[in-house]
Design a binder for this molecule. Structure first.
Ligand code: FES
Ligand code: FES
Length: 173
C-alpha cells in the first residue's frame, strides 16, 4: 500500500504492507534509525516521534494510518551542527548514559513543553483550570512514558527544566 508521509520536512511515498508499524517504516523502510525500538509494545517510549506536532509511540501505530501526516523524528529536530535547544540541553546536562532512550526522551520532552504551553494539565496538576507550573513532579509525571534503563532521570529533568526556564525568560523579554 502506498502512504504519503512528510518526514522531517521531506515528502516520502512509502510502499509497505498495511501491517508495518510507523516505527518499522521509519527504521527499516526509510533508513531513519534515530527512533529506537525498546519494547515494541508501548511500554518504554524509546520510539517516540512527533505526528503533526504531538508525541506518539511509533511502535503502536501503523504507518498506513498516517497518509498525509507530518512526522518529526530526532533527526528532524536538529543536526549535529545545529542542535535543537532540547538536544543541546541533554548534552550539556549529561542527560544520558548509553543513549538508547535519548531520541525518544528528547522528542517526548519537546512535545511535552508544547503541551504545557498549550495549558494541558497532567495527572499531578492540582488546579486544572490554572496554567501548570513546570515543577519537578510535573516533569516526572509528564515524562513517565519514557523509561531510562540507565536511570539518567535527574539529569534529564535538569535538561528539560533549563529549556523550559529559557523559553519562559525569552517570552518575558
Ligand atoms: Fe515503542 Fe517501547 S518501542 S514504546
Ligand atoms: Fe541508557 Fe536511557 S541513557 S536507557
Amino acid at each position: 500500500m502506498k502512504t504519503d508521509l512528510t518526514i522531517n520536512g521531506k515528502a516520502h511515498a512509502l510502499e509497505a504492507d498495511t501491517r508495518v508499524t510507523l516505527l518499522d517504516a521509519l527504521r527499516n523502510h526509510l533508513g531513519l534509525t534515530g527512533s529506537k525500538k525498546g519494547c515494541d509494545h508501548g511500554q518504554c517510549g524509546a520510539c517516540t516521534v512527533l505526528v503533526n506536532g504531538r508525541r506518539i509511540n511509533s511502535c503502536l501505530t501503523l504507518a498506513c494510518m498516517h497518509d498525509g501526516d507530518e512526522i518529526t523524528t530526532i533527526e528532524g529536530l536538529g543536526t549535529p551542527d545545529a542542535l535543537s535547544a532540547m538536544q543541546a540541553a541533554f548534552v550539556s546536562h549529561d542527560g544520558f548514559q548509553c543513549g538508547y532512550c535519548t531520541p525518544g526522551q528528547i522528542c517526548s520532552a519537546t512535545a511535552m513543553l508544547a503541551e504545557v504551553h498549550d495549558g494541558w494539565p497532567s495527572h499531578v496538576t492540582d488546579d486544572i483550570t490554572a496554567h501548570a507550573e513546570l515543577t519537578d513532579p510535573e516533569i516526572a509525571e509528564r515524562m513517565s512514558g519514557n523509561l531510562c534503563r540507565c536511570s539518567a532521570y535527574p539529569n534529564i529533568v535538569d535538561a528539560i527544566r533549563e529549556v523550559a526556564n529559557n523559553a519562559t525568560k525569552e517570552a518575558a523579554e
